[in-house]
Design a binder for this molecule. Sequence first.
Ligand code: ATP
Length: 280
Amino acid sequence: MPEPPGAAAPPDPPDRPELSELSELSELSELPELPEPPATSPALPALAVEDLVAGYGGVTALHGVSVSAPEGTVTAVLGANGAGKTTLLRAISGLVRVRRGRVLLHGADLTRRRPEETARAGVAHVPEGQGVITELTVEENLRLGALTRIDRAARAGALAQAYEQFPVLAARRRKAAGTLSGGERQMLVIARALLSRPRVLLLDEPSLGLAPKIITQVMGLVAQLRDSTGLTILLVEQNARAALAIANQGIVLHLGRVVEAGDPAALAADTGLLNHYLGL
Ligand code: ATP
């Protein structure tokens, strides 16, 4: 029998039982006390990295790297394998010890802060490799990202906003994250990072393992996020052309040093440079 007009759509049946522990998990909002984030100045670049030296034990991976990212821009961070791109993101978010130099968020000094402190100050980091928990549903994965939002109402609002920004996730909210395509998983990890309402997003190789058509979609999404939210994004990419196509500026790292920086169109047109440093 046809459905009467105006009938409400039946609720989306869960694909499997909810994990009851998760709602308990979301009560874990009483996280350890952290110092208040330092005061920031809106007039200064959203993110400034000054003369950063960082590494691992005896390995120095960054030899005095500087980057200045104005608010609401995408900076493409390019370079061959081992150039220091991932280390740069890890040093900014406090995962790798900074030996020299400074990390400033709107002028506030975040150098050598713990990762949870940089996160609380407004820096979200999406590491390489689409770290979703495949056994949990899309919604459960998102809820984990919302854990650091202390206020319950704010958490609900953030989830609703995530579904607005990523309708494809809304449609799949009760599906196990393991059933998502590579592009959808990338959206999920980005959406999860955005739940903390960051001011700066560090994105490490979002195109990794994706088909060219999907890479274009993910890059489009990154540009759209910047334009709709004013987010400042550091975008690490092996896929230089795709990143430069949406970036406001680009830097090229080589052996832990910035060897070129500037206008993305000019960088993309410099075939000698791309060939020399990126093998393109
Ligand atoms: P890729 O695209 O391959 O990830 P990358 O540009 O991100 O490269 P990094 O991963 O930052 O480069 O590596 C920079 C340097 O630091 C390399 O010489 C690398 O071997 C070294 N390195 C990275 N991680 C570690 C680690 N955990 N311990 C020791 N050395 C490391």
